[in-house]
Write a protein that binds this ligand. Structure first.
Ligand code: SAH
Length: 462
């Protein structure tokens, strides 16, 4: 058991093993990957939720392992200068914003350091000069997509809101400080509808009941609003009354149900039935217009997405003659951005529906120099290179968190494009993949972090 030197408030010093229920006074020196404070003393690490770098706090140990443990905040002795009052009264409980109690400038520092640390520790890169992280001017109400779980409380009252951190218990709320503001009206109307018509609510444990989730999407430039109700069934009783009520909301564009009868944590099923209006909404990023349906992947922070894509375009350094690949292209968002300045863009994406959307988006914007392929990037790229001899001047990748397959990186090295632009949502796998490329001839020339997810620990990077 680890030996702990304890300084009692009386000034007495004693040595003992850290145990569950011990109360200690520690200083918080760092922020963990889930936003929790990290206190270190004599090599022992304690993770403490709801604390901030610079706090001096009395904490109670909840779980003690050999060299680290988890503790709960009991009393704040000296509050950190970086501590702020969260705007949202539910921030502490809700699983959505783990950093709202930290000053936004400090949040940005933390994210910048997170990327830097990954590049240094995982990638083994030394002395990389990063561009200053680009934060939001107004880091609230930035999300264009919300997913509200629906349930019932102990008294049988309908509750809609967000999951409490690390659980599936629902915090009932209509107002979220990082979501589009129109969601509040939508939630109030849907809660009233479910109560007034006594609509059956889904029970996760039993896999019974009808209404599971409410999904909303808002086009920030067009104002168009989409509501999709996820149901464990094929229809929604009294849907006419719901449509009538939701249509009182300005710019309501699409109302649908999504069929999900599975006993699963996956929110959406494969089938969408439009109840009213169009099956999609449209939105712009820069000059490019995109159609977004309930099932398509679309970046959730449109203001920062523009910044992110402009950075990718800038780093790609296109002059009009280049052959460009956009791997992991989703609905072709980055591809169409690049197509404005390249000779030809090829997009690759594993989800067939997304490629259908990508082609539709290209047509809608009269873009003729973008071609899209369905399949795994690590299969399509080598095939197109070897069989069809398609080359690349620039390759852009935007993989999910697990990063790129080694076989894909090998093909990139063989094709030897002048520039690789790596858009990443996980700095750890980014650092790993950059190491692989840099051991085989590439060099890092620019690193730009962009804050897409204010008040959370996530960071996006180009
Ligand atoms: N560039 C897009 C999407 C990025 S998200 C945008 O900015 O909107 C990552 C995408 O990679 C998802 O659309 C996912 O479906 C896709 N994907 C996951 N694994 C893949 C693989 N092996 N090959 C190609 N695409 C993949």
């Amino acid at each position: 058991m680890y030996q702990w030197v304890l300084k009692h408030s009386s000034g007495k010093v004693r040595t003992m093993a850290i145990q569950k229920n011990d109360e200690l006074i520690i200083e918080i020196q760092d922020i963990g990957s889930d936003g929790e404070g990290i206190g270190k003393q004599d090599g022992y690490t304690l993770f403490v939720k709801n604390t901030v770098v610079g706090d001096k706090a009395k904490v109670k140990v909840m779980k003690a392992k050999k060299s680290y443990g988890y503790a709960r905040l009991v009393d704040l002795i000296t509050a950190s200068p970086y501590r702020v009052e969260p705007k949202c009264p539910l921030a502490e409980k809700c699983g959505g914003c783990s950093l709202q109690h930290l000053d936004y400038a400090k949040q940005l520092d933390y994210k910048q350091n997170k990327v830097k640390n990954c590049l240094e520790r995982i990638g083994g890169f030394k002395g990389i000069e990063m561009e200053a992280i680009i934060g939001m001017k107004e880091p609230y109400y930035y999300r264009n997509k919300a997913q509200f779980p629906v349930g019932k409380d102990k008294e049988g009252k309908v509750i809609i809101g967000f999951y409490a951190g690390g659980t599936h218990s629902i915090i009932d709320t209509s107002h979220c400080y990082i979501q589009a503001e129109v969601n509040e009206q939508i939630m109030i109307k849907i809660r009233a509808f479910l109560e007034d018509y006594n609509i059956s609510i889904y029970d996760e444990a039993e896999n019974k009941g009808l209404v599971r989730h409410v999904i909303t999407r808002v086009g920030f430039t067009t104002g168009e609003v989409m509501v999709c109700i996820v149901v464990n069934g094929k229809d929604l009783p009294h849907k006419e009354e719901l449509i009538q009520s939701l249509c009182e909301i300005p710019h309501m564009t699409s109302i649908s149900i999504n069929v999900n009868k599975e006993k699963t944590n996956v929110i959406l099923g494969q089938k969408v039935i439009t109840l009213w209006g169009q099956p999609y909404i449209t939105d712009f990023i820069g000059d490019i217009r995109y159609q977004i349906s309930p099932l398509s992947f679309y970046q959730v922070n449109p203001i920062q997405t523009k910044v992110l894509y402009e950075t990718a375009l800038d780093f790609a350094d296109l002059h009009g003659e280049e052959i460009v690949w956009d791997l992991y292209c989703g609905i072709g968002t980055i591809s169409l951005f690049l197509a404005q300045k390249a000779k030809q863009v090829y997009g690759v994406e594993i989800v067939a529906q997304a490629i259908e959307d990508a082609r539709k988006n290209a047509d809608m914007n009269h873009i003729t120099n973008a071609e899209f392929f369905v399949g795994a990037a690590e299969e399509i790229l080598p095939q197109k290179y070897k069989e069809d001899a398609i080359r690349a001047d620039v390759i852009v990748v935007d993989p999910p968190r697990k990063g790129c397959e080694e076989s894909l990186l090998d093909t990139i090295i063989q094709m030897s494009p002048d520039r690789v632009v790596y858009v990443s949502c996980d700095p750890a796998t980014l650092a790993r993949d950059l190491r692989y490329l840099c051991d085989r001839g590439y060099e890092i020339s620019k690193v730009q972090a962009v804050d897409q997810f204010a008040h959370t620990t996530h960071v996006e990077c180009v």
